[in-house]
Design a protein around this ligand. Structure first.
Ligand code: ADP
Ligand code: MG
Length: 327
């Protein structure tokens, strides 16, 4: 299928009408209108086959995930998604693959009324780059730099599932065999978290005005909370026995393995945020009513670095760091 037919296929599948898109796909650039008083929030994330998703991942899931990880970055800023561009590098012009990819992308795009306004289509090793644009009222964005000593640290949803899902797919060893023996649906629930992350967009918007800082957990809690601490000139204590775990994670991994997945595993796309004790009270209720509870997992302290404690108050050694390219 020629390049322009592929673009037309993507355009047709991803059609979302927005009044603020004055000119969408088809010209040399898109034209859009930013509402008065709003800052434009812009973020880019790339998924490379074999690095950010296993090569056998279904096209639908790749489309979903490419948009989800970008929506997650806007969620972490408290921004409202509006538009995206899509740079797609494909080994071959496979219309069926592109159709399924576009459907995964479009399913999330429709949910957030996000318009795909442009992109680029090239041939090469499979890779997807999405640039997302959203709005947040001037001065209202959630930043990494706002955490203060005495604030409490929270995380939405559960941690470690995506990394556990990757382990279910990745290994060809005794552990993979053990995981294959899991109760029906357990393994699948973890793999679903890896392939179809749910961006916490509504939660990010609830946090605006209440949370002192926020980040999405893409590289692992230790790495991402570390970014918040570094940006805020502070440190943190994390209560490892408070880290929220899904039933599937609890069923398949012992305490030690679970801790490592929850602290070091990436790809969960939950929000980690800080708030004063008083603001947290209001927030936790709002989040729970919104259908995604958050849990207190520690506190911000003045001394830099992250210390881990178990339920008895004993210090716990840190597992390996989160994912870093070129490390
Ligand atoms: P140009 O050569 O002027 O850069 P292209 O031929 O690459 O334009 O693209 C034609 C139109 O299709 C442009 O509006 C571009 O934004 C859009 N487009 C190309 N690839 C994609 C894609 N993968 N997803 C969405 N829009 C795309
Ligand atoms: Mg051009």
């Amino acid at each position: 299928m020629p390049e322009f037919d592929l673009i037309e296929l993507i355009r047709a599948r991803c059609a979302v009408a927005r009044e603020d898109v004055r000119l969408g796909i088809g010209d040399d650039a898109a034209l859009v209108a930013v509402p008065a008083g709003q800052a434009l929030a812009i973020s880019t994330d790339t998924l490379v086959a074999g690095v950010h998703f296993p090569v056998q991942t279904h096209a639908y899931d790749i489309g979903w995930k490419a948009l989800a990880v970008n929506l997650s970055d806007l969620a972490a800023m408290g921004a409202t998604p509006a538009w995206a561009t899509l740079a797609l590098t494909l080994p071959a012009a496979d219309a069926r693959w592109v159709g399924e990819f576009a459907e995964g992308f479009a399913t999330l795009a429709r949910e957030y009324k996000l318009a795909l306004v442009g992109g680029d289509t090239t041939q090469g090793p499979l890779g997807v780059t999405v640039t997302i644009h959203g709005f947040v009222a001037e001065g209202a964005a959630l930043l990494r730099s706002g955490a203060r000593a005495g604030d409490e640290v929270f995380v939405t949803g559960t941690l470690g599932d995506a990394a556990a899902g990757l382990r279910c797919l990745d290994r060809n060893d005794a552990e993979a065999n053990r995981l294959l023996g899991a109760a029906a649906g357990t393994r699948e629930a973890l793999i679903e978290r890896l392939n179809r992350p749910i961006p916490r967009v509504a939660q990010g918007q609830l946090l605006r005005g209440w949370a002192s800082s926020c980040i999405d957990v893409s590289d692992g809690l230790l790495a991402d909370l570390g970014h918040v601490c570094a940006a805020s000139g502070a440190g943190a204590e994390v209560d490892v026995d408070e880290l929220p775990a899904s039933p599937a994670l609890l069923a398949l991994f012992d305490r030690e393995a679970r801790r490592n997945l929850q602290l070091g595993g990436g790809d969960d796309y939950e929000l980690c945020f800080t708030a004063s004790e008083l603001d947290a009270l209001q927030l936790l209720g709002d989040l729970a009513r919104g259908g995604c509870a958050a849990r207190r997992i520690g506190r911000i302290v003045g001394a830099p670095g992250i210390r881990l404690r178990d339920a008895s108050g004993n210090e716990v050694a840190s597992p390996r760091r989160g994912w870093e390219h070129f490390a």
